[in-house]
Write a protein that binds this ligand. Structure first.
Ligand code: SF4
Length: 296
């Protein structure tokens, strides 16, 4: 404790002097800014509190806008996400937790027409291409379109329908029709009937600034290359790709891959300034005294 006396005054201030380390440890104890447990468990970082609040108020349009920030294809994500968020809901401790994924499904279905891709939005200069099909390829194309990159999908299928069917075979008819419409409305170019072999890859290397590929295409073209999972990147071939598991895994992989594309397009190391990716631990104080058990 040290004392400071103001000039011309008789008042003496007592000041606690603490080290930088002590101050940092005190600041780290503050949990005020920690995310709610459900959002913390979501690797895509849905603002679940705002999303559920909008849905509970009946404002599905706003809820869909929030959901589309993490899901370029909302009916696909909500149909297949493994929902690790639900197990973390603190309401599980007094009854049933919130069935977040069911709310997402309802919002994706009844939230109205989404804002279509920015055909009139100004585009970034660097061009990108995604080779192949599958969930990761589809979601990556969606993420790149969201980031305003000109993106072209080079696939073996002969139409939008067969491409989408190859990417999301689990979609029911109604959801398939909606996502097909959404896919066609996005500013994503397609080259169908491609032969995705080494000669084709070499030819396309000169046409695009950043090339991405499904893991299936990468394995076919470069069986000995191992992508770096945290970056979804093969450094030796400078190709954005990687293995993913499940719907949420593909969505998270696509997010990481889109960030890598972003860094490469700016001639930066893809390891640069990525921020905190994926699920995190939360210690947010959650008041449960006034909560009562409810059905999901
Ligand atoms: S259901 Fe999936 S996408 Fe939605 S908040 Fe949970 S983990 Fe995230």
């Amino acid at each position: 404790m040290s004392q400071i006396q103001e000039r011309g005054s008789t008042h003496v201030y007592r000041v606690n002097k603490i080290s930088k380390e002590e101050m940092e440890s005190m600041v780290a104890r503050c949990v005020y800014e920690h995310p709610p447990f459900c959002s913390a468990a979501c690797p895509l970082k849905l603002d679940a509190r705002a999303f559920l609040e909008a849905a509970a108020a009946g404002n599905f349009k706003k809820a869909l806008q929030l959901y589309e920030k993490i899901a370029p294809f909302p009916l696909i994500l909500s149909a297949g996400c493994e929902a690790p968020c639900e197990a973390k809901c603190r309401l599980n401790e007094i009854g049933d937790g919130v069935a977040i994924r069911e709310v997402e499904r309802a919002v994706a279905r009844f939230g109205g027409a989404s804002k279509l891709g920015g055909i009139f939005r100004s585009k970034k200069r660097k061009s990108t291409a995604v080779l192949g099909s599958g969930l990761f390829a589809l979601l990556l194309a969606g993420e790149l379109e969201k980031k305003a990159y000109p993106v072209t999908v080079l696939c073996e299928q002969d139409s939008y329908e067969s491409f989408l069917r190859a990417c999301a075979p689990f979609l029911e008819d109604e959801a398939f029709a909606s996502e097909l419409k959404r896919l066609k409305g996005k500013d994503i170019q397609f080259e169908f009937n491609c032969t995705l072999d080494a000669a084709f890859y070499t030819e396309k290397q000169g046409s695009f600034d950043v090339l991405c590929a499904s893991d299936e295409v990468r394995t076919r073209l470069f069986p000995d290359l191992e992508p770096i999972p945290e970056l979804m990147f093969c450094e030796a071939e400078r190709i954005v790709t990687g293995r993913t598991d499940g719907v949420l895994g593909a969505a998270f992989g696509a997010k990481k891959a889109a960030l890598t594309v972003d860094r490469l397009a700016q001639n930066l190391d893809p390891r640069n300034t990525r921020g905190q990716e994926g699920a995190v631990e939360s210690q947010l104080y959650t008041e449960r005294q006034k909560a009562s058990p409810a059905s999901p």
